[in-house]
Each structure stands twice: as structure tokens, then as C-alpha cells.
Design a protein around this ligand. Structure first.
Ligand SMILES: [Mg+2]
Length: 174
């Protein structure tokens, strides 16, 4: 079903979302995909904008938790510069990793939101977990982990969604 892949919101970049927007929606923590959402393969330390955003989130007491399909070792190393918690081997598009993160945070489904760059894994997993989601544009077009096949499937899913829903990106979380 194509609606299983429908994001709640579309925002171009993660750091365009302000902490007060999350708070206004009742979110108490933010779950994020790692590769191409938080960091790009060619910039593992993240951008200054991302670092500023993480600082803002910390100031507002909004935990950011990475939920990645990658293995423990790689995710641990990738998030080390940012001092944030993570779930590895999340098995997206299934909901297991997201549910684990929600349990660790001791929050409910309505209190968390998932941010990711892929419809078929990130958004599908968020919908299966029964939580709201934000689709962002991938940080770089080509990356080491996303195959050409994956990208073709993403494009097909996007076209199907665009036939039924408004798939335009918003400047902020409405
Ligand atoms: Mg990704």
C-alpha cells in the first residue's frame, strides 16, 4: 500500500526544523536516520549547521537518537563526534529499532517523530511503528551505502505518492 510510505511532513534539511516546532507538536524526542540524513559519507563530522542544530536540541532538552540499520561498530563510531545515543541494526523498514528506541526513552508513540531520507526504509518503518515522520532530502546524491536499485525503487515510490498526495517540501513543520 502506497500510504505505508507516506511521510507526515517533507522538509528539505534536518536543521531547518526548530526545537519549538517539535515541542509544539508534543514531541519529547527525535529519532533520526544516520546515513544521508544526519551525516554524508564524504563529511562524517557533519556540517556546522548540523552541529548548531544538535546544540539547540540539547538546550531544549530534546534527545536525538540515531536509529540506523548499520552495525553497532559503525554507528558507534559515526555518532561519536556528536555525543548522542543510538540504536544499530534497526531492521528498517520493520519497526523493531524504532520501538526499542521509544522504550529506552520511556516515551509513547505520540511523543516521538522519525526523520529520514528514504521512503522505503525510514518512512515505512515509522509508519509501521505508528509514529509521525519527516522526509528530508538526502545530503548527497551518491553515497556508498545506497545502491542504484534502491534509488530506482525510491523514485517509483515517490511518483506513486505524488499522484495521490501533495509531496512538496515545506519550509517549516506546520
Ligand atoms: Mg539514510
Amino acid at each position: 500500500m502506497i500510504e505505508d510510505l507516506k511521510p507526515t511532513w517533507l522538509i528539505e534539511k534536518i536543521y531547518e526544523i526548530q526545537p519549538e516546532d517539535f515541542i509544539r507538536h508534543g514531541f519529547k524526542a527525535v529519532l533520526v536516520d544516520l546515513d544521508n540524513t544526519l551525516i554524508a559519507w564524504n563529511n562524517p563530522d557533519g556540517t556546522p549547521e548540523l552541529r548548531a542544530w544538535l546544540t539547540l536540541m540539547k538546550q531544549e532538552n530534546l534527545p536525538v537518537v540515531v536509529v540506523s540499520n548499520n552495525n553497532f561498530k559503525r554507528v558507534k563510531k559515526a555518532v561519536a563526534p556528536f555525543d548522542i545515543n543510538f540504536i544499530s541494526r534497526a531492521m528498517k523498514p520493520f519497526h523493531f529499532g524504532i520501538i526499542r528506541a521509544i522504550k529506552q526513552l520511556k516515551l509513547s508513540q505520540a511523543e516521538v517523530v522519525f526523520i529520514g531520507d528514504q521512503l522505503m526504509t525510514d518512512i515505512h518503518a515509522a509508519n509501521r511503528a505508528g509514529i509521525k515522520s519527516i522526509l528530508v532530502k538526502p545530503l548527497v546524491k551518491s553515497d556508498a551505502w545506497v545502491t542504484k536499485l534502491n534509488r530506482a525503487r525510491e523514485r517509483r515510490a515517490w511518483s506513486k505518492l505524488a499522484r495521490q498526495y501533495d509531496m512538496s517540501y515545506q519550509d517549516r513543520l506546520e
